[in-house]
Design a protein around this ligand. Structure first.
Ligand SMILES: [Zn+2]
Ligand SMILES: [Zn+2]
Length: 170
C-alpha cells in the first residue's frame, strides 16, 4: 500500500497562514503619548521650557524701553529681531528665558547672518557679558529659576522684579 510521507497534512499546514491572510486588516492603535507631566517644585507646577522661552508682549515692550529699538551691533532700527541673549536651551546649565533682561534687538544680519551672534561665539559672549554687567549674573533667568535656586520666596512677578532690581549693576 502506498502511503505518502505526510507527517503534517498540507491542509493543516496552510491553515495557520490562511488565517493570517484572511484576518481583517486594521491598524493597531498606538497608545496615545501621555501628556508630559509638568515638573512640580514645592507643590507648584513649573511651566515647561517652551512656555518659559516665549517672549510676552509686555517683556518685548519693556526691552524696547530698556535698550531702545535698535540693533545692538550696528544701531539700525529696521527689520529688527528679538534675540535671547542666552538662547533657549543654550546649554544644560543655561536656559535663556523670554524675560526682558535676556532680550536684545538685532538686525537680521547681526542676528542670524554670517556676521551675526548666532554664527560668532565671541560676539554672542560679548553680549552676554554686557547683560551680566548691566543686570547681574541672573539676567537670563525667570522667576521659576530664581525660585528653584531659593533666591526668591515665591515665583511671582513682584518677587522677581524686586530681586532683579537688587542685582542691577552689581
Ligand atoms: Zn545690525
Ligand atoms: Zn537669537
Amino acid at each position: 500500500m502506498y502511503s505518502e510521507f505526510n507527517p503534517y497534512p498540507k491542509s493543516k499546514q496552510l491553515a495557520g497562514h490562511q488565517k493570517e491572510k484572511n484576518r481583517p486588516k486594521f491598524k493597531v492603535q498606538k497608545p496615545k503619548k501621555p501628556k508630559k507631566k509638568l515638573e512640580v517644585y514645592k507643590g507648584r507646577s513649573v511651566p515647561d521650557k517652551k512656555t518659559r522661552g516665549k517672549i510676552s508682549k509686555s517683556d518685548y515692550e519693556l526691552a524696547i524701553e530698556l535698550h531702545g529699538y535698535e540693533c545692538w551691533v550696528c544701531g539700525i532700527s529696521q527689520g529688527l529681531e528679538c534675540h535671547h541673549v542666552v538662547p533657549k536651551g543654550y546649554s544644560k546649565a543655561r536656559n535663556g528665558r523670554g524675560v526682558v533682561y535676556n532680550l536684545r534687538f538685532l538686525c537680521t544680519e547681526h542676528h542670524r547672518g554670517k556676521t551675526g551672534v548666532h554664527q560668532n561665539r565671541e560676539l554672542m559672549q560679548k553680549l552676554q557679558d554686557e547683560h551680566e554687567r548691566l543686570y547681574g549674573e541672573h539676567f537670563y533667568k525667570d522667576a521659576w529659576d530664581l525660585f528653584k535656586e531659593n533666591l526668591i520666596p515665591t515665583p511671582t512677578k513682584e518677587c522677581y522684579e524686586k530681586f532683579m532690581k537688587s542685582q542691577e549693576g552689581r
